[in-house]
Ligand binder design. Sequence first.
Ligand code: GLP
Length: 237
Amino acid sequence: MQLVWCETPATFNALAADKVISVLSHKPSAVIALPTGQTPVGLYSELRTRAAARELPVADARWFNLDEYVGLDGTHSLSYAKFVRTHLLDALDVPESHIRLLRGNAEDLQAECHDYDEAIARAGGLDLAILGLGANGHIAFNEPGSPWDSATHVVSLSALTRSVNARLHPDAVIPEKGITMGVATLRAARRILLLVSGESKRKALQALRRGIADRAWPVTSLVDHPDLTVLSDAQLR
Ligand code: GLP
């Protein structure tokens, strides 16, 4: 694990963007998984800027997202598919055929999970999974206690996750279930970039830094990953 302390948001976002560009420069057809949340917003802004400056080779890349709320279609204001399109994909010159986002409103959710895993496999597997971190240590929507051998699956969201995620949407009802890439899917990514920002993530980051796999902290499923980069704001040092 490489842990980089970032003194400013500008450094945090620039280093995260450098990582994405480095992956795409070495493999323009790279397969990338995108997170939702406040943490990656600055990265997405930086990537839009770099794309406008033609520093981001996106034409051949393949794009997936990590997770979605069950029951929402991709135009819903809470939808994670909508989020990654609004913050990043819509601003890039990306062919629609290179984008596969989870369909939270699929009639058959099991079939959707299976189809999603097949699509990732057909694309050649994830080259880069960009992850945020939940205060309870969740990665994507893999909550504490979730199995670590799972591919894409449907989950019940914890009360903590739902209340944290409700903060930005005070008038909305946060769905009780999510659909998420599993821990096994994430661990299989050839590279992982974990973005950690905010005081609420201190305990989860400490758990990761202990280096001991602990099912109570899903992020610790990554302790033995061969290519894990963690960018953290320096106040959590
Ligand atoms: C949600 C997402 C996670 C994300 C987390 C942290 O629960 N499912 O993938 O990492 O929020 O969000 P934030 O970056 O806003 O702290």
